[in-house]
Design a protein around this ligand. Structure first.
Ligand SMILES: [Zn+2]
Ligand SMILES: [Zn+2]
Length: 172
């Protein structure tokens, strides 16, 4: 068995194999050899690998939740700004306050799962249990989720403070 010297390419019978595919183990000549992440692959296996490296559904979900958190903040900031600095003229403060509470709850509802699922999926990607194609989505979604959750905590404390302030005013 002098296999190492005599191995021929699986596709080109005349060509000497220079490597074996990291996935299927097929012999590859220099022409058939594809290299990715310092590993040799045949063309079908490389195509399979790239398909498989697409972002998982969970990675997509993390990014969508993170973007929703960012969108909620974009709505929340002007509403809260107007509530605190916009004065009273032509402005239903009670409705404004309810809108802030609603947006704050929405922020918590999207940012907490974005952060938790993002950390979970990020760990799975590092463990090679999930395709690395989702890495960028997971990073973005986790950051937005983390920032959103931090703001949610601040907003929740603020909401409690405002509720207390509104009740004090109505007692006067
Ligand atoms: Zn292969
Ligand atoms: Zn070949």
């Amino acid at each position: 068995m002098r296999q190492g010297l005599e191995a021929r390419c699986a596709s080109h019978a005349q060509a000497t194999a220079v490597a074996t595919c990291a996935r299927c183990g097929g012999f590859l000549c220099g022409e058939c050899l594809e290299v990715e992440d310092a590993a040799p692959y045949c063309e079908p296996c490389l195509a399979w690998r790239r398909r498989n490296e697409r972002a998982s559904g969970l990675a997509w979900a993390v990014m969508v939740l993170g973007c929703l958190a960012a969108l909620t903040v974009l709505l929340l900031v002007p509403v809260a700004g107007y509530f605190f600095f916009g004065g009273n003229a032509g402005w239903n403060r009670e409705a404004g306050f309810q809108l802030i509470v609603l947006l704050t709850l929405l922020l918590g509802a999207v940012s907490a799962p974005a952060l938790v699922l993002g950390l979970w999926e990020g760990w799975r990607i590092r463990q090679r249990k999930s395709p690395r194609g989702g890495q960028r989505f997971v990073r973005l979604g986790t950051k937005l989720g983390g920032a959103g959750l931090a703001l949610f905590v601040c907003e929740a404390l603020y909401a409690v403070y405002v509720a207390w302030a509104v009740m004090s005013v109505s007692l006067d």
